[in-house]
Design a protein around this ligand. Sequence first.
Ligand SMILES: [Zn+2]
Length: 365
Amino acid sequence: MALHLRGPVLLDDERVAPEAWVVGDRVTYERPHGFVGGGADDELTGWVLPGLVDVHCHIGLGAAGAVDAATAQRQALADRDAGVLLIRDAGSPSDTRWIDGRADLPRLVRAGHHLTLPKRYLRHYGRELASPEELPAAVGEEAARGDGWVKLVGDWIERDLGEAGDLAPLWPDEVLRAAVATAHAAGARVTAHTFATETLDALLDAGVDCLEHATGASPGQIERLAAAGIPVTATLLQVGLFEQIAARAGRYPVYAARMRGMHARRHEHVRDLFDAGVPLLLGTDAGGTIAHGRLPDEAAELARAGIPAASIVAAATWRARRWLGAPALSEGAPADLVVYPADPREDVRVLAAPAAVILRGARVA
Ligand SMILES: [Zn+2]
C-alpha cells in the first residue's frame, strides 16, 4: 500500500519536488513499482511540508505542575493534530518516556526536568535545587535523563526585595560556566529561559546553545547572538501574556513596569532579532498556561511582527529539524509530513488548517 503525494513537496529553502510517495513509513521520490493510484485512499493533493517542530513545549506539565498520562496524551495529540510531529520538550516534571513507544504520538526530544531554585520560578514546574552550587551536578543528571538538551531557568523575579523586586539572574557566572561545560562534556546542549537583560552576557560567556524568550536582549547582545549564531525561541504567545503578568504584580512596580515595556515592544524586538540575523525558532510554551496545539498561532504572531512568511515556515520545519538533528523530507526519510491546501510561504494562516497529517507513514489527522 502506497500513498501518492501530488505535491508540491517542500524539501528545504531551495528544493521543491513535484510529487512524492509514502511507502510503509518512509518517503520516496521514485514511483513504486506497479503503483496505479487515482483512488480516494491512495492520493493526497496539496503543499507537502515536513512535520512542524515546536521547540518550546512542555508535555506532562499543567497549570499545577505534573499531570497524569491521560492528560499528557491529550496534550501530545493536540500538538500532533496541529501538524506538530517533532517537539523539543523544554522541561517537564513528568516522566514521558512511554510516549516513545507510541507510534501515534509526536516524536519528543527532551530537556529533562528544567532546573531552578526555590521561589525563583513557577511552583511545581521546575526541579528546585537547594543552592546554586548544585547546578553543575544537576545538569549532569538531567543530561543523562534527556535527549541531548538541558534547560535552565536563567532569571526570574526576586521577590525578597519587596517593592524593588525585579527580574534577576539565578546563578553566579562561574556556576553557569561549570554547568554548561558539564552539559557539553555529556554531549548535551543547553537552553535557558531568560527575560532579563542582566542574564544574557553571562549565559553567552558560559557558551549556552539556545535562548528561550530573550525579551531582554539589548542591541549589543543581539549582535552577540547573531555573531555566535545562537537561536532564540521567540515565544510571542507567551510574551503576549506579559501585560497580564504585570497586572497581577501590583506589589512589584519595578518588575511590572519592565514586563509591560517588553510586552509593548515584543513585535519590534523580534523584528530586531530577525533583522540582525539571529536565527528565530518557533515555540508555543504550551503546558502550564498556554494550550497545546497552538504552533500555527505562534506562526501568525511572528507574521504580525513582520517576519516574512517563508522564513517562518522554514524555521518551523526544515531549519528546526536540521538544528535538532532530525530529518526533513529527503529520500527515504520517515514520512512525518503535513499537507496544506495552499502554500503557507505565501500566508502562514494556511498552517491553521492542514488537509492531512501523516506520522510515521500513517494518516493521523
Ligand atoms: Zn516554557
